[in-house]
Design a protein around this ligand. Structure first.
Ligand code: ADP
Ligand code: MG
Length: 377
């Protein structure tokens, strides 16, 4: 069954269907102007988030509720708890941002919600709320690919003067994703490489657990590493110098576990040195892989980093060096826009609506949804 809604007559919305969506280059020349703000909804993992952006992409209101405290006792995200928490909090969060933005639903130009990849329970909640708003107020609905939202964040107004130009290299470094992507346009992505085992954030979280740090381990590990000396606990650099830009982190995690087992009992300084040694190994590997990816994409005009691990200062510094050596500027959005948020979802919605792209209301949320599947035929 399809619930495709005819746009109101006065709205300059181009009707598209999936076939037209496949011809992005033609649509890209349309450059449609939006007639109102766009609301974005994010619920793919453990952040419940909502944001309203105006027609230019300036943030009118945003809110993020982290579920970290709900999941921390279990040492990781529990999908069922996540879905219930999204359900409990999202409706109130939507009302809050709408009020703060000083808009009403009827004045919106569209609704954008993360529809994958991610945890299916949360995706169903966010997509359902988004579709409900779209249905009730006869608005176009954009089923946003969460990875595309990360990929396009750098194009938010104000981050890069004049807007980040295509094409650029995206390094997505989060708890669930770790990949190098050539971003050639809206909907146009080429995966150049990615992790063959753990995501980099997952490696931080697992090593954090080994070190007895609270979940998620990344931020706590960075704080512990600040008091350590990386040279005292050197670790292997998996795939360093290897052709291509794939990553591997599970061997590094095992190396940390073995080192810790051998060095018992661990003094506080040893723990800090291990954290610093691990972090330095990760930063080196990421910089090396980024350099390779830049070499694989000579047309890249920027190196953009996104995902929670991009919050790490050592990682940022190493990647900035790699970008400088590759002759391109590095763009790292502010940390709150690097981790999961709804500003990026609303922005991805704006980018798509401007091209006349939106989705039918029977679009199903997808736990797996590789970026490459957004490519025009
Ligand atoms: P996900 O979509 O997987 O939830 P996020 O973009 O929300 O990913 O980022 C969360 C991940 O980022 C976690 O694995 C966390 O440990 C990691 N992270 C956050 N801050 C830091 C930091 N300062 N250093 C290293 N890793 C970090
Ligand atoms: Mg998260």
């Amino acid at each position: 069954m399809s619930y495709e809604i005819a746009p109101r007559e006065e709205r300059p919305t181009v009707q598209t269907d999936h076939h037209e969506t496949m011809h992005m280059p033609e649509l890209a020349t349309l450059g449609m102007k939006l007639h109102g703000p766009v609301i974005g909804i994010e619920s793919s993992c453990d952040e419940t988030a909502c944001a309203v952006l105006d027609t230019h992409g300036s943030i009118l209101a945003e809110a993020v509720l982290s579920q970290q405290a709900d999941h921390a006792p279990f040492g990781g995200v529990v999908p069922e708890i996540a879905a219930r928490a999204h359900l409990a909090h999202l409706p109130a969060l939507v009302r809050q941002v709408i009020t703060e933005a000083g808009v009403d639903f009827a004045s919106l130009a569209g609704v954008a919600a993360s529809c994958g990849p991610g945890l299916i329970g949360g995706l169903i909640v966010g997509a359902g709320v988004g579709k409900g708003i779209a249905l009730a107020h006869r608005l176009p609905f954009v089923a946003v690919n969460h990875l595309e939202a990360h990929a396009l964040t750098a194009r938010l107004p104000g981050l890069v003067q004049g807007g980040a130009p295509f094409p650029y290299l995206l390094l997505l470094l989060s708890g669930g994703h770790c990949q190098c992507v050539a971003v050639e346009g809206v909907g146009r992505y080429r995966r150049l490489g990615g992790t063959i085992d753990d995501a980099v954030g997952e490696a931080f979280d697992k090593v954090g657990k080994l070190l007895g740090l609270p979940w998620p381990g990344g931020p706590a590990l960075e704080r512990l590493a600040a008091g350590g000396d990386p040279a005292r606990q050197p670790f292997p650099r998996p795939l360093l110098g290897r052709a291509g830009c794939d990553f591997s982190f599970s061997g590094l995690k095992t190396a940390v576990a073995q080192r810790m087992a051998k060095s018992q009992p661990l003094a506080e300084q040893d723990r800090a040195d291990i954290a610093a040694g691990f972090q330095a190994a990760v930063a080196d590997v990421l910089a090396d892989r980024a350099a390779h990816a830049l070499a694989m994409m000579p047309a890249a005009r920027l190196l953009v980093v996104a995902g929670g691990v991009a919050a790490n200062a050592a990682v940022r510094a190493a990647l900035a060096d790699a970008a400088a050596q590759g002759g391109v500027p590095m763009v790292a959005p502010p940390v709150r826009l690097c981790t999961d948020n709804a500003v990026m979802v609303a922005w991805a919605g704006i980018e798509r609506l401007r091209l006349g792209l939106h989705d039918p209301l029977d679009t199903a949320p997808r736990p797996r949804w590789p970026l490459a599947e957004l490519m025009p035929a």
